[in-house]
Design a binder for this molecule. Sequence first.
Ligand SMILES: C[S@@+](CC[C@H](N)C(=O)[O-])C[C@H]1O[C@@H](n2cnc3c(N)ncnc32)[C@H](O)[C@@H]1O
Length: 674
Amino acid sequence: MGGRRAKYKQAPPAPLRDPNDARPSTKKLGKRKANLDHEPEQSTNSRPTKKAKGDILPKPPPQEKKTKGSEKAAETVSKPTPTKPLSEDGESDGWENASELEDADDFVSGLDEFDIDEDDVLVRGVPEELDLGSDDEEEVELLPKKIRKSKQAERPTKIIPTMSDEEDEDEDSDVDQEDGPITAKNIESRSRALDEKAAREAELDMEEMQNAAFEGSDDEDIDMEGEGEDEEAFHLPTAEERAEEKQHVADVHVVQRRMRECVRVLGSFRKLGAKGRLRSEYVEQLISDIASYYGYNDFLAEKLFQLFPVSEAIEFFEANEVSRPVTIRTNTLKTRRRDLAQALINRGVNLEPIGKWTNVGLQVFESSVPIGATPEYLSGHYMLQAASSFLPVISLSPQPNERVLDMASAPGGKTTHIAALLRNTGIVFANDANKARTKSLTANVHRLGCKNVIVCSYDGREFPKVMGGFDRVLLDAPCSGTGVISKDSSVKVNKSERDFHLLSHLQKQLILCAIDSVSPDSKTGGFLVYSTCSVTVDENEAVVDYALRKRPNVKLVDTGLGFGRDGFTKYRGKTFHPSVKLTKRFYPHVHNMDGFYVAKFKVEKRAKVKAGAQGVESADVKDVGEQQEDVGFDSEEDRAFIEEGKRRQLKAKGLRVPRRRQSDVTAEVAKTAA
Ligand SMILES: C[S@@+](CC[C@H](N)C(=O)[O-])C[C@H]1O[C@@H](n2cnc3c(N)ncnc32)[C@H](O)[C@@H]1O
């Protein structure tokens, strides 16, 4: 499924991008690595794997040098050192001041009860119907003997806002001298400083590469395999030549070179475009080459390509070939991050805090023990969870004693995070339409010691009829998973136009139900967070804009995340409500985390529907002020979708599938044609 690139293990094409946009480079890693290697504090030896003395926090080593640390780590496992807190002062060491252990005794006793079951491992499970269940919690390879060291790990690796969208970090003025000792107090700021340095270097590298590329230089950094100095001038194939080429397996070197040339020409089409050839011909060729090189179907390659400027698109596709960092979320119901870090370090795990934006995340660089089967894991001290999936819960910001609905919650990464933020007070209804998936959800809820969670299994579209009046609702919607292609490359080929159409429709239905489940009278909340692990506009801005149009009693508010790219307000001829800018997009090539989208709504009281307002469409609804439609959908239109969904479910279960009704077929055909 990996496309030619994966098949032939060719070097990636040099990603070219806007020099103003500071992002980690995918190239010139050797250079950066060499530089880092010369920095004394980057030495592997400076990072003890055993308990640190006093308030010295073990220094995470550079990722390039892992072997020595691992050997030491192995030693540590066979001869464990007593786990004493890193520092007794606790509060001012740069690690979070987590609440006291509430269930300190619980988690020792319950190990047998929570054997790792398959669901826990799976958990990216093939979703029913539309592959709706894609998400990443606890879906990291569970028992890596040694965590796969990705190419990404050689980049500036921290999951941080990059310089392009990072907030001013001046408040870090307490960052101490670079050559002073590393202490628990300064470790985060020190590591951030390194990230920034690496990002600056990456930016310079990228500028160099870009300049070289656009000047047509033969700089070795942009040379691709198989290219010689005496190669022929680039010639964009004609339609006939392309058809002819399709008959054979294309030469990967030819494809690589052509992609690079197309990017170069498209960057300065007036100057570099061949006479008589259209810009669209280059675009078409490039998309076709991207599809074959990275192994996407043509439809998806084009859909994703359209999201970015040309050179950035290559970076995106390239980033999808690389694993994201392994991250864990500390379960603050049971431990504190610094204590967890210490315990795992003692077991030979090489880790560091993810970044300033989360005080519970740890990034694992390498481990000599299976990270999904440590005693700490089994006793619920942490969740294996992608960094991106912290975001919607941070944005939701549940407050103690609130009533929260997690509408599509399995396998529970976000539910258990919500429960922890509620400090086991209030109540979380963890719902998921897929009953089988609630098994792993329940297991996680137990393992993490969440006592305020009720698991249920309804179609989200049945809310708020089932129950409503929630202070906050999270809708982490079923989606296409185009943000997590590095985890599930099957997305590259198994998503069609129809899937996006159906998904978008389902998401629109779910979001209205989610809005209607929020209590506008909530004293502390009244919020909905909508998120997906997809980057397509149909599943994100289009859904949010639809909700704004259909529910005039909601407005978008700041996500509170502090980083991420703004949501699109205009996209390929569509114009969305200006407030859609408040929503946030996250990308693998920009933020070194899975592609993700987060929108936060404030739900206000509904006004009564004025006579004649029913059925007023889209922006008109806004124009009539506080009117509210009672009926969210065209039930006739929906019936066909629901019937189709039921048919697929039956088919998946191996049951007899009733014949399609002629009316459904007609509706479906009409829809597709539209
Ligand atoms: C992206 S995953 C959720 C991941 C989860 N929030 C977490 O953090 O672990 C989407 C989930 O939506 C569920 N789902 C699909 N259709 C649904 C529906 N109509 N109502 C409720 N849940 C649905 C899928 O079973 C899947 O578990």
